[in-house]
Design a binder for this molecule. Structure first.
Ligand code: NAD
Length: 505
């Protein structure tokens, strides 16, 4: 069982990246980074305490005037170099991501790392294209224009499911538009966020522009969100923690961007290509072991296709190869931790009381027994209001329910608190088009489920949060708009002064 990424003394200096250098945390507590495929500890580091958060925020504030004052062209040049450094380190980044998350090396290599390189290149270009309304003489006597300015120092918090991509999604739009940032990755997966920050520095992004605090949510995370020198909080994680983050950020009147949980519906109308839909459902529900906020979790299938769909999905799930994440032939790795695996298993065990587990529903034995593995799981017969249909499971579990009319299919798709992503499967453009309009989610795919691209926004509706990652839309979160108004008349008594001076000469 592999652990090809050699930690050696890679982070011997510590796992806090502050002001351009690595240093140990000062919380007095340590955190193990565990390879979930084997259960082995690959590294132990000292967690950040509140003093480390203060130091990172101070470094970011110090770097702000210089970075905000750089020209868009200068920032763009640094980000182009950053993309090249990341591309050169693709192999190391992919291996580190696989060690700390357990994701198959083919996923790290073909999805996580190239996606991050592309995102970096996108923001290198976008840094020179901040958009705004054109200037004009709207009052007749003044010229008005809009300045789009960075907000200041951003405090960001990221989850463990795609640590490298989440670091990129948080850091890139923030720094491309002239902010500086302190990012707190999930404490169990900080490695690739640290490597991302090091690559930025090597590319010429000045020290202090990107800082990484590897600490626990309750102390380092809450301290960062409540910090008076942080101008904005951007959080990606569960809806439950997002609510707590919102409370703290609101108490200190911060701009807030929340990317929260999902429970994506997958709606198959009766004219769909059932084989394509079954392949899409298996790939879309199992990607990253189902630990994907947009993963297909609830398939609603119109009655005439229901049996064929369930049987095709069950067969395909049975063909998926679990194994060593470093084996290029492995399709499905472990979950990120034994804790997460047990959480997922708990949902499935409770569902047995009211639903049918068609395939999966167990951890594999034999040589995978020490890892946090769980078999691809298909569940039928659950009711719409059951836990397995309503709650985010974040594991390789797909629930399938039948529906009769198009109205019903769309209504069921909308019937959870979440609204991050969805897909509609049909050969009829009018039917699919209706679904794209009426499903309340930040992204609706037609005849596919999962692909993302740097040019298009990602973000939630409803309890999945608000604000956008990726694309030029993300600049709406990371910039503030200032109206500048010049008088053009040069007269002492302006027309509107009548409201004060009346008719006096
Ligand atoms: P989580 O909410 O448990 O943790 C997310 C981050 O918040 C971690 O860094 C954690 O240390 C930190 N945190 C925990 N408690 C905190 C507190 N009290 N104050 C401040 N920070 C705190 O989520 P997770 O288990 O790491 O990740 C899975 C969740 O992330 C899922 O719900 C998933 O849907 C969501 N997610 C959403 C998106 C999106 O774009 N909407 C993307 C990826 C993941």
């Amino acid at each position: 069982m592999g652990n090809r990424f050699q930690m050696n003394d890679r982070f011997a200096q510590g796992a806090q990246y502050i002001g351009g250098r690595l240093r140990p945390g000062t919380s007095g507590r340590t955190q193990d980074i565990v390879n979930p495929a084997t259960g082995e500890t690959v590294h132990t580091y000292e967690l950040a305490g509140t003093a480390d958060v203060d130091a990172a925020v101070a470094a970011a504030r110090e770097a702000f005037p210089g970075w905000a004052g750089a020209t868009p062209g200068e920032r763009s040049d640094a980000l182009h170099r950053f993309a090249s450094v990341l591309a050169e380190r693709s192999q190391e980044l992919a291996e580190a991501e696989t060690v700390q998350c357990g994701k198959p090396i083919k996923l790290s290599t073909e999805f996580d790392v190239p996606g991050t390189v592309d995102n970096t290149a996108f923001f290198a270009g976008a840094a020179r294209h901040l958009q705004g309304q054109s200037a004009g003489e709207y009052s007749g006597d003044h010229t008005s224009y809009v300045r789009r300015e960075p907000i200041g120092t951003v405090g960001s918090i990221a989850p463990w499911n795609y640590p490298l991509q989440m670091a990129a999604w948080k850091i890139l739009p923030a720094i491309a538009s002239g902010n500086t940032i302190v990012l707190k990755p999930a404490e169990i997966t900080p490695l690739t966020s640290l490597m991302f920050a090091e690559a930025a520095a090597e590319a010429g992004v000045p020290d202090g522009v990107v800082n990484i605090i590897s600490g626990a949510g309750k102390d380092a995370g809450e301290h960062l969100v409540g910090h008076r020198d942080i101008a904005m909080t951007s959080f990606t994680g569960s809806t439950a923690i997002g609510k707590r983050v919102a409370e703290i950020a609101t108490a200190t009147v911060k701009r807030l961007h929340l990317e929260l949980g999902g429970k994506a519906p997958f709606v198959v109308f009766d004219d769909a290509d059932v084989e394509a839909a079954a392949h899409g459902a298996v790939a879309g529900s199992l990607i990253n072991s189902g630990q994907d906020c947009t993963a297909a979790t609830r398939a609603y299938v119109q009655r005439p296709l229901y049996d064929a769909f369930v049987s095709a999905v069950a067969d395909l799930m049975a063909s998926v190869r679990l194994g060593d994440p470093f084996d290029p032939g492995t399709d499905l790795g472990p979950l990120v931790s034994h804790l997460q695996r047990d959480r997922v298993a708990g949902f499935v065990e409770r569902a047995r009381a009211y639903a049918t587990v068609v395939t999966g529903g167990e951890a594999p034995g034999a040589e995978l027994k020490d890892g946090a593995y769980y078999r691809p799981t298909l569940i039928t017969g659950a009711s719409q209001d059951s836990e397995i249909v309503q709650s985010e499971i974040f594991g390789p579990v797909l629930v399938v329910l039948p529906f009769d009319t198009d109205d019903e299919g769309i209504a069921l798709a909308n019937d959870t608190p979440y609204g991050l992503a969805a897909s509609a499967w049909s050969r009829d453009v009018y039917r699919a088009g209706r679904a794209t309009r009426e499903i309340k989610a930040g992204c609706v795919w037609v005849n596919d489920h999962i692909p993302i691209i740097s040019e298009m926004p990602h973000g939630g509706y409803k309890s999945s949060g608000f604000g956008k990652d990726m694309s030029s839309y993300s600049f709406e979160e990371y910039t503030q708009v200032k109206h500048v108004m010049y008088d053009n008349t040069a007269v002492v008594r302006k027309d509107w002064h009548r409201t004060i001076f009346g008719d006096r000469p």
